[in-house]
Design a protein around this ligand. Structure first.
Ligand code: SF4
Length: 694
């Protein structure tokens, strides 16, 4: 058995939370398990954050669901047996589909689901339900980076190199990423580099930076154009690289030409001297990286912002150069794998476009159906949620691994749409805020109770292993999909409930696709092989580093993108004079459905807060610890004031982990990126005032 940092042994698996997927070893501890870091896993090298250390507590939370719930005639959710619940759900899905057509039923997945669940969910939607209406919460997370990365490089993998490569860098630009809080063990790989952090707040990561660029929210694209301008005008363009390995430089340069440093300073608020230092540090370092996070991506121009940062990295000759590169710090635990296997509205397994006839033919052959039987592309995540219960929209929704009442933008509107459904079915392990609205709740297993695979931010495929029997009354999501599919008239063997069998089929479905898993098997992973996709056959060693010889476009070259800066959908003014931006806290993960149930984490961050500059607070009549009401054109949030000298005076920050009237997404709007359909989580206009009765 593998050794822990402390010299013990246990079942090797991975943390249930973020995309770093830190290695852990689980050993029995009473009715649950004890978590120890796996010192042998190179990504976290024996480190875990507070969330990882306490992850076992989620398994035995007091309100863990242990029986299906059905809403009765009295309007209450009441426990029932599995057969009754599955029969009822299947019958109602079938009735709605028969009466209103297959697109009247919809599916909403999650970026934390295993590869096997993501794959079977996509197949369930397209075959068992026959619907085009499937998307997932990763649309709110990685879609801008995926769109820009695919356009530039021909394929998108969060980091096209192992995280351990970062340790050799002399300089790293982190645009809108705060790994000291969101994935702390990553910081040990960044220790040797000069960090250039782009963030409107002095975050824990920015506090360690050599240079902290603090642009106004929504101006990162102007900043990125300015960086490209400076790289060219200061003689830092890597001409041979640009000529030999890229196309489209001239068009991109024409867009950056008007972004001289003084203009960038006027628009972003970042001083010219700081811009110059950032470019100089990156250009002078023998090895350098440009990395993005949600701060740069969650905008109505998120994909153009990432594209502009890729342009800058290409101008310096970084992507595909050994020891240098461009990458994105993926967010959710299976944010990478979750988007590769067919739960996206526009994609089929293997990262194939659903509109591509060859892709449809391949996947249809694996599934044993005619390509014409596969539906076309459906609505993107927010558009899907916004259409629920409308005359042309879905009337039924099945949710797996997501809590959109808290995590979707414009939360009050989304909650209203969920309430308008004829049938809402939620698979979850606790009564999440979304589950509480459901007509049926199906209790499912958690990470330490199940087998499967996850794909972390480096495209490394990992085994999730079972260390604990699930509580009685709880089933695996794969089993749930199998049971529902059979009740909907599908052959049982088409929807296997066993993860290994599902993975075998996923391998075949991915063969020849952009994310090719066909050479990866449980046996190879269990034997300790480190496999990053693409891995096209059983003898292939996997591909830890992409693009060293060529990019994935047919001509082997990366593409510059000609992009323009534009304002955010909403900017401060009038009744809403401040920017609001949203993000994460160290103690919590996503909607908080898991971490709010862990005593230590809940004690560390018990309630909604709003971070603001002391001067801004004083002008609003607020002091540290006061209760504030933050209001946008869409609603109000109540939060405890937290003062920080390190945030811009025109900006407040709100974490998005809290429920009820602490939901940051009561403020956010529904402007979408035209390409990725990413909502604008990172910018809206608000006012802050004392909360009555505080
Ligand atoms: Fe888990 Fe991420 Fe923390 Fe690692 S950094 S322990 S994967 S939450």
């Amino acid at each position: 058995m593998p050794e822990t940092a402390a010299g013990g042994a246990g079942v090797p698996t991975h943390c249930p939370y973020c995309a770093l997927q830190c290695g852990t070893l689980l050993s029995p501890a009473g009715a649950s398990v004890a978590v120890a870091p796996d010192a042998g896993f190179p990504v976290n090298r024996g480190g875990l954050c507070q969330k990882g250390w306490t992850a076992a507590e989620v398994l035995t939370t007091a309100d863990r669901l242990r029986a299906p719930l059905l809403r009765g005639a009295d309007g209450r959710l009441a426990p029932t047996g599995w057969e009754t619940a599955l029969d009822a759900v299947a019958a109602r899905l079938a009735r709605i589909r028969a009466a209103h057509g297959p697109d009247a039923v919809a599916v909403f997945g999650g970026g934390g689901l295993t590869n096997e669940k993501a794959y079977l969910l996509g197949k369930f939607a397209r075959l068992a339900l026959g619907t085009s209406q499937i998307d997932y919460n990763g649309r709110f997370c990685m879609s801008s980076a995926a769109a820009a990365g695919t356009a530039a490089f021909g394929v998108d993998r969060g980091l096209p190199f192992p995280v351990t490569d970062l340790a050799g860098a002399g300089a790293i630009l982190l645009a809108g990423a705060n790994p000291a809080v969101t994935m702390p063990p990553l910081m040990r790989h960044l220790e040797g580099a000069d960090l250039i952090v782009v963030d409107p707040r002095r975050t824990a990561t920015a506090a360690r930076a050599a240079v902290h660029l603090r642009p106004a929210p929504g101006t990162d694209l102007a900043l990125a154009l300015g960086l490209l301008h400076l790289a060219v005008t200061e003689g830092r363009l890597d001409g041979p690289y640009v000529r030999e390995r890229t196309t489209g430089f001239e068009e991109a340069w024409q867009r950056a030409l008007p972004w001289w440093p003084e203009r960038v300073e006027r628009v972003t608020g970042v001083a010219v001297a700081e811009l110059r230092t950032a470019v100089e540090l990156l250009a002078a370092a023998p090895r350098a990286y440009v990395l993005t996070g949600r701060g740069a991506e969650q905008h109505s121009k998120g994909s153009d912002t990432v594209a502009a940062l890729i342009n800058f990295a290409l101008a310096l000759g970084l992507p595909g150069r050994p020891g240098s590169g461009f990458g994105t710090l993926t967010g959710q635990g299976n944010g990478q794998g979750g988007r590769e296997h067919g739960q996206k509205a526009d994609q089929l397994p293997g990262y194939r476009m659903i509109t591509d006839p060859a892709a449809r033919a391949h996947v249809a052959a694996v599934w044993g159906v005619d390509p014409g039987d596969l539906p076309g592309p459906g609505r993107s995540a927010y558009e899907l949620l916004d259409a629920l219960g409308t005359p042309d929209g879905p009337r039924a929704l099945l949710v797996l691994g997501s809590n959109p009442v808290v995590s979707a933008p414009r939360a009050a509107r989304v909650t209203e749409r969920l309430r308008a459904l004829e049938l809402l079915v939620v698979c979850d392990f606790v009564p999440s805020e979304t589950a509480r609205l459901a007509h049926a709740v199906l209790p499912v297993t958690q990470w330490a109770e199940e087998e499967g695979t996850m794909t972390n931010l480096e495209g490394r495929v990992l085994r999730r292993r079972r260390a604990l029997a699930p509580p009685p009354g709880v089933r695996d999501d794969l089993q749930v999909l199998h049971e529902l599919a059979v009740r909907l008239g599908q052959p049982a063997e088409r929807f296997p409930a066993d993860p290994r069998t599902v993975f075998e089929e996923l391998r075949r479905a991915s063969r020849g696709g952009r994310a090719d898993y066909s050479g990866i098997r449980y046996e190879r992973l269990d034997a300790g092989e480190e496999l990053h996709w693409p891995c096209p056959d059983g003898a292939h060693p996997g591909t830890p580093r992409l693009f060293l010889d060529r990019f994935a476009h047919p001509d082997g070259r990366a593409r510059f993108a000609a992009v323009e800066h534009r304002p955010s959908a909403e900017t401060p003014g009038g009744a809403y004079p401040l920017y609001a931006t949203t993000g994460r806290l160290l103690a919590h993960y996503q909607s908080g459905a898991q971490t709010r149930r862990v005593a230590e984490l809940a004690a560390a961050e018990p309630e909604m807060c709003v971070e603001m500059h002391p001067g801004t607070a004083a002008r609003a009549g607020l002091t540290e610890g006061a209760r504030a009401r933050v209001t946008s054109a869409r609603g109000s949030v109540h939060a405890r004031v937290r003062l920080s000298e390190g945030i811009r005076a025109d900006t407040v920050f709100l974490p998005f982990h809290f429920p009820g009237d602490g939901r940051a997404n009561l403020l956010t709007g529904d402007a979408l990126d035209p390409r990725s359909r990413m909502p604008e989580f990172k910018v809206c206009a608000v006012r802050v005032e004392p909360c009555d009765g505080a």
